[in-house]
Write a protein that binds this ligand. Structure first.
Ligand code: SF4
Length: 485
């Protein structure tokens, strides 16, 4: 293949068709005419091709105009919360030391909400490359002032121009990051003409190669056009980069210690599943002594999404935690996601538990297959979210109105009253565990009775909790018997 035809060929690290909009143009990006993102994407994709690391590449896209980068790059893609790309990149890179992690960030994402994330990741020398596209404005949200907006630059939030007295000075991120010990390569480039694009290409390649060679953290800031936010034509934007932007944000190599830095050897962490029991504070000694004594039923093909909700103090989070641990002991994939926030301050508390025969992508439960409601506000909040044919188990000692849904199965369990009779209201959550286990039937009763004291270690509650669990089971069995009769 001739050099010219290779140059014109689309990079293999791009998808053949961009399917952001069904029925839309599959070869165009969503960026505005004259926007710099497309050029930066191309330079990254070519570098990944040329270093032969497409299959190891992980692109972490930000919140901002480039949020949809995952529609273009045919590599592993993760979309991070605003400003959190370096934190996500840290986790990915440490768990997968062979990967090539590229955090792609804009100036609002990196220099405002994510300023601490980037400084800390750079300071730790994480094995990643950060591509920082600086267009001195918030593009996606309509052209507001960014930390990199220049003095006197007009934006929708600085209609008279940025004023240092009011808004401070534009942050020079390359200069800040280059003062840190750990980064091996820090450069600022611009894309305003062919020459500067070539210089950017060189910088991106150098930064990615540093990572391929295991040298650590590399950072390339690129002054890039946002004609829409700047209210200029693409040509005017190029001139503005040259004549205004590059005067304040001087292009150059701010740090290059690649050749003097030894490669960082990062070992992949291999965790024995048994170690999870230790991490979760379940005695491994007890587990091994019972191995084979309590065989668990085989894993069924199922995806169960459970929402448990009630007041803080009702054991909502611990019920979810116990359920997740028990299901994990049955060899299911599980997740447990407690909800924190203002609602925890004396209001409703909730947690989400997922149990599945296959790997779980995200722990969020938007449409539960089972709702366990321990108070009235929780029922009101989640009743309509449950899937059709799902199950609602509610504590009718505290909830005096039955749910209205006709397309779900509803079971009233006076958990608080039953727990009171046993000796402690606190064990109402374990009554609900019994009810749940009896209804769903995929968890082994003997295993649960053994596991409860392993997970909830308060001695005085152990017997009580097992009794509460049995009571919940019995209650459901009685209910079901009555239905049959
Ligand atoms: S708003 Fe600016 S940064 Fe966003 S796509 Fe348009 S030109 Fe590019």
């Amino acid at each position: 293949m001739s050099v010219s035809s290779k140059i014109l060929q689309k990079s293999e690290s791009f998808y053949n068709a961009y399917e952001r909009k069904q029925g839309g143009d599959p070869i165009s990006t969503h960026y505005c005419p004259g926007c710099g993102h497309g050029i930066v994407h191309k330079l990254i994709a070519e570098a990944l091709d040329d270093f032969g690391v497409q299959d190891k590449g992980i692109l972490i896209s930000p919140v901002g105009c480039s949020v949809f980068a995952y529609y273009y790059f045919d590599v592993g893609n993760i979309q991070a919360a605003h400003g959190r790309a370096p934190a996500v990149g840290t986790g990915y890179s440490r768990a997968n030391p062979d990967s090539i992690v590229i955090c792609y960030q804009g100036d609002g994402d990196l220099a405002a909400i994510g300023a601490n994330e980037i400084i800390q990741a750079a300071n730790r020398g994480e094995k990643m490359t950060v591509i920082f596209v600086n267009n001195a404005i918030y593009g996606m949200t309509g052209g507001q002032m960014a930390p990199t907006t220049l003095i006197a630059q007009r934006t929708t939030t600085t209609p008279l121009g940025r004023n240092a007295e009011n808004e401070g000075y534009p942050l020079r991120m390359s200069e800040i990051i280059s003062t840190l010990e750990a980064p091996v390569y820090v450069a600022r480039t611009k894309i305003s003409d062919t020459k500067s694009i070539n210089a950017t290409r060189k910088a991106i390649r150098k930064a990615i190669k540093a990572q391929v060679d295991g040298r650590g953290f590399s950072f390339v800031e690129i002054l890039s056009a946002c004609p829409t936010g700047w209210k200029m034509s693409p040509r005017e934007s190029e001139v503005w980069i040259e004549e205004i932007m590059a005067k304040y944000f001087n292009p150059g190599i701010y740090k290059d210690t690649i050749d003097t830095r030894q490669p960082k050897i990062q070992q992949k962490l291999i965790v024995d599943p048994k170690d999870y029991h230790e991490l979760l504070d379940i005695s491994t000694a007890s587990l091994s002594s019972l191995e084979g004594v309590l065989p668990v039923p085989p894993v069924q093909e199922m995806i169960e999404e459970i929402k448990i909700a009630g007041f803080g103090g009702q054991g909502v989070l611990s019920l979810g935690y116990v359920m997740a641990n028990i299901a994990m002991g049955h060899n299911y994939e599980v997740s447990w996601l407690p909800s924190y926030g203002p609602e925890m301050r004396g209001g409703t508390a909730n947690c989400s538990v997922k149990v599945s025969h296959k790997r779980i992508g995200a722990p969020v439960v938007a449409h539960p297959t089972t709702l366990i409601a321990l108070n009235k506000p929780s029922m009101a909040k989640f009743e309509n979210e449950i899937t059709s044919n799902g199950i609602i188990i509610y504590d009718n000692s505290l909830i005096d109105t039955a749910p209205q849904r006709k397309d779900v199965q509803v079971y009233a369990v006076p958990a608080t009253e039953l727990a009171d009779k046993i000796g402690s209201t606190k064990s109402a959550n374990m009554v609900m565990l019994g009810a749940y286990a009896a209804l769903r039937g995929y968890l082994d009763t003997a295993y649960i009775e053994w596991a409860i004291p392993q997970i909830i270690k308060k001695k005085k509650l152990q017997e009580l909790n097992i009794q509460a669990f049995k009571t919940g089971m019995e209650h459901i069995k009685e209910l079901l018997k009555k239905c049959v009769n």
